[in-house]
Write a new protein. Structure first.
Length: 193
């Protein structure tokens, strides 16, 4: 069992030796070399290292490995969170871009509708002006026609007065002619008698 623990400690020490140097800047080549000699079995004539020192070094290495695993896990979580954040931000930006495109399209349609309404309004305004001009012309023509009608009424009244006057004279002439005829008849009868 002691040999198994030593082998495990040496394997972990070999794997993390470089990381230990980088993280803790610890230079312990003599301890690693001694541990490597024990594993390789080359330390037959040397005295056996102190077990407490090996366990203490093993505990230090185990703490380093545990801290490295925890740090690795934290970095994995941070990386995953950052990746999720980037993906969510990308989807939000894509949604905003599509929304912007839709808004631009709606603004274009609205501007086209406003232009159409403006054109329709200009045409309606032109029609109103044309109708107003025609109405003014019709009003002038109506006033002229009313004036002509008024003149015609005056002319008709004058003609009626002249006709009444002429009728009166005609009656007077008829009466005088009737009297003249009656007198002529009377004289002719007297002459013939």
């Amino acid at each position: 069992m002691k040999t198994d623990i030593d082998e495990m400690v040496l394997q972990e020490a070999g794997q993390t030796f470089h990381l230990e140097e980088l993280l803790l800047s610890l230079q312990k080549p003599e301890i690693i070399a001694e541990l490597q000699d024990i594993v390789d079995g080359t330390e037959e004539d040397k005295e056996e290292p102190d077990l407490d020192q090996i366990f203490q070094d093993g505990n230090i290495l185990l703490e380093i490995i545990t801290e490295q695993a925890g740090a690795k896990r934290i970095w994995q979580i941070v990386t995953a969170c950052f990746t999720i954040l980037v993906i969510i931000t990308s989807f939000i930006c894509l949604g905003l871009y599509r929304s912007r495109e839709n808004q631009i399209e709606k603004v274009g349609l609205t501007q086209a509708n406003i232009q159409k309404i403006s054109n329709d309004f200009a045409q309606a305004d032109q029609k109103v002006k044309t109708l107003e001009s025609q109405l003014a012309s019709s009003k002038t023509e109506l006033e002229r026609t009313q004036g002509q009608l008024s003149n015609s009424s005056s002319d008709i009244k004058n003609l009626q007065n002249q006709l009444a006057d002429t009728t009166q004279r005609l009656k007077v002439l008829q009466n005088s002619n009737a009297e003249a005829v009656a007198q002529l008849n009377e004289r002719l009868r007297k002459l013939s008698d």
